[in-house]
Design a protein around this ligand. Structure first.
Ligand code: ASP
Length: 310
């Protein structure tokens, strides 16, 4: 089987000057996953290592450096899924953990459940040995103060308007992270982690922890979505990619069709990455930027700010 991995750093618009750091961070994270796959490791280990590297890098909106909710604290969502046995694990609303993706993996491996949320997820994390960690960085705190002072302008009449506003303002970069991989046994896995959207209501859960919405792995495809989660939830975007591939579409055609649908139905500001069983990787986005990096087989890691860049 041909090994492959692709990862994204969030659909959105990156602040001028942060482009290179975003692309370089993706490249390093994918190198970490690649080393695992090259050594014969599992796609699950590879996507988790990739996402952990991105969660630990404060420029992305996941783990340390995640955006704050309306009340000024982080609520972190993450999920993992593996094609073998269609196993999935997820957490939402975690407040004080360094690597939510690893807690999601523990939910999959150590419980009978698929998703734990809020206080229960936090308690489970502690029982599993994850120490207390404050993910709020000074930069995100300052950003939150600024937006809270201009809340009418930022949110508009309803929350989804916020994302249209964000498109025009580079300082509101996305930065959710996700990875999808296939290993030498042909097992596919995906992992996604996020702080959600800026100034979200306390308790809001996006697409990232929901299997089939922001994250999915089947025998055909592993995929991760980014962008306004409400649209991805309503369209079950990653599951839709898998269904199209199962029905015979090529991976790139399937990803593009799902993205087009998100555009036609919602004018959604979203991005998608996917890997197929054969190791083909695809990235597509409707936002200006979506930093991503990927490799296949023996190839070196390539990284780009947007599809079409060289
Ligand atoms: N999809 C994430 C959410 O809605 C945010 C993002 O990808 O930027 O929580």
């Amino acid at each position: 089987m041909t090994i492959a991995l692709i990862a994204h750093g969030g659909a959105g618009r990156w602040r001028p000057g942060s482009d290179e750091d975003a692309v370089e961070g993706l490249r390093r994270a994918v190198e970490a996953g690649r080393a695992i796959l090259l050594a014969g490791g599992s796609s699950l280990d590879a996507v988790c290592a990739t996402v952990v590297a991105l969660e630990d890098d404060p420029i992305y909106n996941a783990g340390t450096g995640a955006v704050l909710n309306f009340d000024g604290f982080c609520e972190l969502d993450a999920s993992v899924m593996e094609s073998d046995g269609a196993r999935a694990g997820a957490v939402s609303g975690l407040q004080r953990v360094r690597n939510p993706v690893l807690v999601a993996r523990k939910v999959m491996e150590e419980t009978d459940h698929v998703m734990l949320t809020g206080d229960g997820a936090q308690r489970f994390a502690r029982v599993m040995g994850f120490p207390d960690h404050d993910p709020v960085t000074p930069e995100r705190r300052a950003d939150w103060f600024d937006k809270r002072n201009r809340v009418d302008e930022v949110l508009g009449e309803k929350a989804l308007r916020m994302r249209r506003f964000l498109r025009e303002h580079p300082e509101y970069a996305g930065g959710t992270v996700g990875a999808a991989a296939v290993d030498s046994r042909g097992v596919l896995a995906a992992a996604t982690s996020t702080g959600g959207v800026t100034l979200k209501m306390v308790g809001r859960v996006g697409d990232s922890p929901v299997p089939g919405a922001g994250n999915y792995a089947s025998a055909h495809v592993a995929a991760s979505a980014t962008g306004t989660g409400e649209f991805v939830l309503r369209s079950l975007a990653t599951r839709a990619i898998s269904e199209r591939v199962e029905a015979g579409a090529g991976l790139d055609v399937a990803v593009q069709a799902v993205l087009d649908r998100l555009g036609a139905d919602y004018d959604a500001d979203v991005g998608l990455i996917a890997v197929g069983r054969d190791g083909l990787t695809v990235a597509r986005h409707r936002t200006r930027d979506m930093p991503h990096a990927f490799f296949r087989g023996e190839s070196a890691v390539a990284s780009r700010m947007r599809v079409g860049d060289r």
